[in-house]
Design a protein around this ligand. Structure first.
Ligand code: AMP
Ligand code: GLY
Length: 410
């Protein structure tokens, strides 16, 4: 099968690496890609946000399956256009991707489906926001209703900062603060059958010890040895199944990857967010441990065939990924710095490009993520940080505590 991966981040590089290892994948194309995907897939240029252009490319490269990585193309209707062109596509329709594209819509679906989540109010103006902040009390959680590349959420005890963020966003969701560790559960679904992947944990804040502003994610590990037995099955039954049923009942079935972001509170798991695609950087660790061929799995999900798909197999051990971010991130990142050591196995590329002189240079806020597996979290961590030590990038930032607490608890 010929597979076209759409996107240009670390998630897409990780997807390409896993797809390339699937013997049924005979050709792999990535568009627009980065310097890492170029080493494993044929590179094609495309405006990933242009549904017609992606559909035309899918036809042009004779793709049997298109895998749409990021949320923005999904929300723009890329999956709809690819399917309309007669090509199978892994990724939800624009109507179903609203689960990620609008936080207010996600809250409405969760309420209708009885999914446990933070109490929330959708606010259109300053008076609404002020009333909601006072109703829920600090710490304040203010979320941009629309897509914001991981930067739309402010969690703060400073009421003025919460009000200022709301003013900068337009329509916002103000919600109750959820306390407790976060877990990401990815569910592959064809709109009916749900197959969960291994749970992972992401590190959202820029600084060690969960300090500083939120980012798109600074590192991740899997699996989570501290979760109770049966946790994933419980989340499938209480979150994924009712949500998928509710989307079908609304006439907008969700097929693709339902990313369930959870906080494990003292009252039990609560949904923090839904995404409509693989998470980054969790994908790097989850796919590092997936032993089943990825192409066949995504094709089954894209074609309503998950019920016939064999059970997923996982490699033993653990995986850790540590993100290397550019100077300035998560504010405006400095771009164009030369990157060295980035061609080592396990270095997954995000914002990178190859310059005309052959050098790899930074081209985004998150630049690469160093990913390693090992017999346990401590071993995987050690290897990931060895990879980090081999990467050169002026002004680079990375966290030194990814998976540290979980590795020590063992
Ligand atoms: P989201 O984009 O909704 O995932 O939010 C980004 C991050 O903000 C989450 O991963 C959490 O760390 C934090 N966050 C979001 N919602 C809440 C909440 N209700 N309570 C506490 N932290 C939250
Ligand atoms: N890891 C957070 C996200 O993918 O949205």
């Amino acid at each position: 099968m010929r597979v076209l991966v759409v996107g240009s981040g670390a998630r897409e590089h990780a997807l390409c690496l896993a797809l390339a290892a699937d013997p049924t994948v005979t050709a792999l194309i990535c568009a627009p890609g980065n310097a890492g995907t170029a080493a494993v897939a044929e590179q094609r240029g495309v405006d990933a946000l242009d549904p017609g252009a992606v559909a035309a490319l899918a036809t042009d490269v004779r793709a049997d399956l298109v895998v749409v990585g990021p949320e923005a193309p999904l929300v723009a209707g890329v999956a709809d256009a690819v399917r309309a062109a007669g090509v199978d596509c892994f990724g939800p329709s624009a109507a179903a991707a609203r689960l990620e594209g609008s936080k207010a819509f996600a809250k409405e679906v969760m309420a209708a489906a009885g999914v446990p989540t933070a109490r929330a109010r959708v606010c259109a103006d300053r008076a609404d926001v002020a009333a909601a902040l006072d109703a829920f009390g600090p710490p304040y959680v203010v979320k941009d209703d629309g897509l914001a590349a991981g930067k739309g959420v402010v969690v703060t005890t400073d009421r003025a900062e919460a009000l200022a963020h709301a003013a900068a966003c337009g329509r916002v969701v103000v919600e109750e603060y959820l306390d407790g560790p976060e877990v990401s559960v990815f569910c592959i679904t064809d709109g009916t059958v749900i197959r969960p992947l291994l749970p992972a944990q992401d590190f959202k804040r820029i600084g060690d010890g969960d300090t500083g502003p939120n980012t798109g994610g600074m590192g991740a590990y899997a699996p989570l040895p501290w979760l109770p037995a049966g946790f994933v099955e419980e989340i499938v039954a209480t979150v994924a199944e009712p949500t998928v049923r509710e989307m079908t009942a609304r006439g907008t079935p969700f097929a693709g990857l339902l990313y369930i972001g959870l906080a494990i509170t003292s009252a039990g798991p609560r949904v923090v967010e839904f995404n409509a695609r693989f998470g980054d950087p969790e994908t790097q660790v989850v796919l590092a441990l997936l032993d089943s061929p990825l192409g066949a799995l995504l094709q089954a999900a894209a074609t309503g065939g998950l019920a016939q798909h064999p059970p997923l197999r996982w490699r033993p051990g653990a995986a850790v990924t540590v993100v290397v971010a550019a100077a300035g991130y998560p504010g405006t990142p400095r771009l164009g710095d030369v990157l060295t050591g980035a061609e080592a196995a396990g270095v997954i590329h995000a914002g990178t490009r190859r310059r005309d002189d052959g050098a790899i240079v930074s081209a985004g806020g998150r630049v690469v993520s160093a990913t390693a597996t090992g017999a346990d979290l401590a071993a995987a961590r050690e290897r990931a940080y060895e990879l980090i030590a081999g990467i050169g990038l002026a002004g680079a930032q990375h966290r030194t505590d990814i998976a540290l607490a979980a590795a020590r608890a063992r």
